[in-house]
Design a protein around this ligand. Structure first.
Ligand SMILES: O=C(O)CCC(=O)C(=O)O
Length: 358
């Protein structure tokens, strides 16, 4: 690699959306939608059926165009669903229809759900991670992050990303590869060892899950801080999921050289030239990518930590790196669990208590 090509990754930039659709959410977390008969109904899954837009006299079902008159007061409304009158919270929804995200994900092997999390969730994730305006705080390690604030569980359960992952992997039988964490990437000092190019499939040391064959896992990077090339947003070789190979050895010179353990020589830095990409997106965005995609942490050239929440959603073919069941049991014992709605409690239980082969 020519050193003049360093830090020349191609930015792929997502701006904050000018408009968001809305969700209408019942107390148990289920989502109001329109069923195949054209009637209002509650759903667990966030596909196109549950996406609404605000109108002057009520709400409009985006994919069918059905108008539903209702009065919205303090972000809530009440509507008849079957024989019940149901109170619904009007909450931030996506910029695009879930089916549009799915088309992109299937075509490209990655997708960005720009600013999908609410500012309230983002603010609490930043607090948990000790980043952005909470950078003066030490991130706590005395309990799992999912027990420290309900925002972590709410981010795990972001419904459109869960629906997309299940559609992409064509199964509901998924588990998390490790307990969810909120981490930060420190400013790059020019000499410390940095993360090299890798894929998250093949995965594991024993019973390694192979790149070939059925789809095995999706990685989900939550941007807890704004993600920009300047502050070390994740670098990718977009499209590399479709390649049978791992990143070339020239992209990881430190792995072959004397600097592997020290990483002190600038020449040992992983490839950061124009053949690679960086996805830039505002805090609260979620980037999903096929776990075979070559990627690495970026170089954080800013003066501040960059927060993220990295998760791996794996099929039964992939042994998890770390069993998530004991973390989930700690969550059950924590008061935070009671702050999650019933749907979120079910989702977290499914993802963290499910283990391959059981
Ligand atoms: O921190 C990042 O941006 C990416 C880290 C990552 O991909 C990994 O640890 O596998």
């Amino acid at each position: 690699m020519n050193n003049q090509e360093e830090f020349q990754e191609r930015p792929v930039t997502f701006e904050p959306p000018e408009h968001h659709f809305v969700f209408l959410i019942a107390a148990d977390g289920t989502l109001l939608g329109v069923n195949d008969d054209g009637d209002l109904a509650l759903f667990d899954d966030a596909d196109d059926r549950v996406i609404w837009d605000l109108g002057s006299e009520g709400v409009k079902h985006v994919s069918s165009g059905k108008m539903v008159p209702t009065e919205i007061k303090e972000d809530a409304c009440s509507l008849p669903v079957g024989v019940d009158e149901v109170t619904l919270i009007v909450a931030r929804g996506p910029e695009k229809l879930p089916s549009e995200y799915l088309d992109h994900f299937k075509r490209e092997g990655w997708v960005c759900l720009t600013s999908i999390l609410t500012p309230e969730i983002v603010e609490r994730l930043q607090w948990v991670g000790g980043v952005d305006r909470h950078e003066h705080l030490e991130a706590r390690n005395d309990s799992p992050k999912v027990c420290q604030d309900v925002a972590v569980g709410r981010a795990i359960c972001e419904p459109i990303s869960l629906w997309l992952i299940r559609q992409y992997l064509q199964t509901r039988d998924l588990h998390l590869g490790h307990p969810p964490n909120v981490t930060s990437l420190s400013p790059y000092d020019g000499k410390s060892r940095v993360q090299g190019w890798h894929s998250d499939i093949p995965y594991g040391r024993k019973n390694v899950a192979d790149r070939k064959g059925p789809l095995k896992a999706v990685q989900r990077n939550v941007c807890v801080s704004d993600f920009a090339k300047a502050n070390g947003a994740t670098a990718f070789k977009l499209g590399s999921h479709a390649d049978d190979n791992l990143p070339p050895s020239e992209w990881n010179p430190a792995l072959d050289g004397p600097d592997f353990f020290g990483g002190t020589s600038p020449t040992a830095r992983p490839y950061s030239g124009p053949e690679s990409d960086v996805i830039e997106a505002p805090a609260g965005s979620i980037v999903l990518y096929d776990a075979r995609t070559w990627h690495r942490a970026g170089f954080n050239h800013s003066e501040h930590k960059r927060g993220s929440m990295l998760m791996s959603f794996q099929t039964a073919d992939v042994p998890p790196k770390k069993d998530t069941r004991s973390t989930c049991k700690k969550l059950y014992e924590s008061p935070v669990y009671q702050e999650l709605n019933a749907l979120q409690q079910r989702e977290i239980t499914e993802l963290m208590m499910n283990q391959p082969g059981e």
